[in-house]
Design a protein around this ligand. Structure first.
Ligand SMILES: [Zn+2]
Length: 293
C-alpha cells in the first residue's frame, strides 16, 4: 500500500456510495436542515426535511425521539440550540427502530451527556445477532457505531420521563422492534394526545430481503398489517411523523408560518387513522402485486 493507493481506495468507495440509489442521503446533508420549531406546547421539531426528530420538554430534562441520520449529528445539536434548549439536557433518547437513519446521534449523546438510550427489545436483539440489518454499513462509515440500548422496550411498557408518561407498544413490521407510542402534550391549559408510529417503509418487506432474513413465506407482511390494525383506533390528536412524508411535516409547518394566528395545522384528529388506512391499502396492493411474490 501507499498513500496514493489509499486515496484511490477511498475515492472508489466514495464513488460507489454516492452513485448508489441511496447516495443522495449521504451528501450535503446540511441542505436538508430545518430551522427547529414548536409543534405544540412542549413538543418541538428538531429533525431535517427527510427524517424526523422530536424533542419533548418534560420539565425535568429533555426527551428525544430519534436522533437523525448518520452524519447529521452536528445539525441536530445545532437545531436543539436554535430551539432554545441545551443538548446537555437530553436525558433520554427513544429510538423508533434500529435503522441507520434514526440512530445517528446515539453514541454522541450517550458519550457526551450520559443520555440513556431506549430501543424496542427485538431491535436490541437484532443488534446483537444480525447487526447488518441496521444497514449501518450503508453509510460507509467505519467509525459509526450501533449502540446497545440501556433500556429495552417491551410491548405495553409505560415509562415516565419527567412529567410525561409514555405508553409504548411494539409495532413489528418495518423492523421487528419498531415502537409506537402515545403521550400527552400540553400548552397552557390545553392537553392533546400525541401518537407516533416508528417505521413505515416497505424496503424491508421486499422479497429478496425477507428471503435473506429467513422469512421465505413473507410472514412479516402480515405482521406489519396486524401492527397497523392494532394501533389504528388509538385516539390521536397530534400525529408525529417518523419521516416527514408520514404526516406532511413540512407542508404543515409552512401553513403554521403563513398563518401564525390560525388554528395549529398539526392538530388534526383524523390524520393518524387516515395514514394507518393508507399504509394498510398500500401494503395490500404491494402484497397483491406479482412482482413482489
Ligand atoms: Zn427504517
Amino acid at each position: 500500500m501507499s498513500i496514493r493507493a489509499d486515496y484511490l481506495d477511498y475515492q472508489a468507495r466514495r464513488d460507489k456510495l454516492v452513485s448508489g440509489p441511496m447516495g443522495r442521503l449521504w451528501q450535503n446533508q446540511e441542505s436538508r436542515y430545518v430551522h427547529p420549531f414548536r409543534i405544540f406546547g412542549n413538543v418541538w421539531y428538531v429533525g431535517d426535511d427527510w427524517v424526523c426528530v422530536h424533542l419533548i420538554d418534560t420539565g425535568d430534562g429533555l426527551l428525544l425521539i430519534d436522533c437523525g441520520n448518520i452524519g447529521a449529528t452536528a445539525m441536530l445539536v445545532n437545531a436543539i440550540w436554535e430551539a432554545g434548549f441545551n443538548p446537555a439536557d437530553v436525558k433520554w433518547l427513544v429510538l423508533s427502530h434500529g435503522h441507520l437513519d434514526h440512530i445517528g446521534g446515539a453514541a454522541f449523546f450517550r458519550n457526551m451527556f450520559g443520555t440513556k438510550i431506549y430501543l424496542g427489545a427485538p431491535d436490541a436483539q437484532m443488534y446483537r445477532e444480525r447487526p447488518e440489518l441496521s444497514f449501518v454499513q450503508d453509510a460507509d462509515s467505519a467509525i459509526a457505531t450501533i449502540e446497545a440500548p440501556d433500556v429495552e422496550i417491551h410491548d405495553g411498557d409505560v415509562i415516565q420521563f419527567g412529567d410525561t408518561s409514555v405508553q409504548f407498544y411494539l409495532s413489528p413490521g418495518h423492523t421487528m422492534g419498531v415502537i409506537s407510542c402515545f403521550f400527552d402534550a400540553h400548552e397552557g391549559d390545553r392537553t392533546v394526545r400525541c401518537g407516533y408510529y416508528g417505521g413505515f417503509g416497505f424496503n424491508t418487506l421486499q422479497k429478496d430481503y425477507l428471503i435473506e432474513i429467513g422469512d421465505p413465506e413473507y410472514r412479516t407482511r402480515q405482521i406489519y398489517l396486524d401492527s397497523l390494525a392494532r394501533t389504528r383506533d388509538e385516539k390521536v390528536e397530534l400525529f408525529l411523523g417518523n419521516h416527514t412524508i408520514n404526516n406532511d411535516t413540512m407542508a404543515r409547518r409552512q401553513r403554521q408560518l403563513e398563518h401564525p394566528d390560525g388554528p395549529n395545522p398539526f392538530l388534526d384528529s383524523e390524520a393518524w387513522a387516515k395514514y394507518m388506512d393508507k399504509k394498510r391499502d398500500d401494503l395490500l396492493a404491494f402484497m397483491a402485486d406479482p412482482k413482489n411474490n
